[in-house]
Design a protein around this ligand. Sequence first.
Ligand SMILES: Cc1cc2nc3c(=O)[nH]c(=O)nc-3n(C[C@H](O)[C@H](O)[C@H](O)COP(=O)(O)O)c2cc1C
Length: 191
Amino acid sequence: MNLNEIIEHRRNVKPKFFTGETIPDSTVSTLLSSANWAPTHGFTEPWRFVVFSGDSINSLASFQSELYKSSISKELYKDLKYEKLKINPLLASHIIALVVEKSVGTKISLVEEIVATSCAVQNILLSASTQNIAVHWTTGGMTYMNEMKTFLGFTEKDQVLGFLYLGKSPEHIKKEGRRLSTIENKVIWRK
Ligand SMILES: Cc1cc2nc3c(=O)[nH]c(=O)nc-3n(C[C@H](O)[C@H](O)[C@H](O)COP(=O)(O)O)c2cc1C
């Protein structure tokens, strides 16, 4: 496949479609190496990744589900959400927490560092797609809570962008992509 085809065929695959197969750490390292080639304003290279595998996935699952339980009001609490936060991570071979470490003493804004890190994440997604690794990007957990930043080893100035759940899945190649609107509706040409 050429690059355009790789981009077009990349799909988000939910963990319920994962086979349970373990991905070698070395393969995950390859994906992370691609991330490091993202563009970066002022070379702040703000992307940080916390990689969970093995027992540490259980810790993440317990942490996020208990954080949900303790931080939500009784009226809004949903058993199903608690169970999903606790069980879904266990379906993944690896989970990569996506973090922007805001640079200190530079003129580069948090927005720019979020954008640079998003480019790094796309590199991971495309690299994974070429290696038949299924990826689910989720922000559905406790992504935006300060407690999560602390759990991951970061501080309030930093920004968590979510989690990539990695696995093997036949859905990776089967799934049809869809967009609600064509690119023509999103582009203004001025000549
Ligand atoms: C910033 C971001 C956050 C996302 N969060 C979630 C999420 O919480 N749950 C989910 O099911 N998918 C999430 N996704 C994945 C999208 O659902 C998915 O990209 C979209 O359905 C388009 O499908 P495709 O990536 O296969 O083209 C997220 C994607 C992005 C870019």
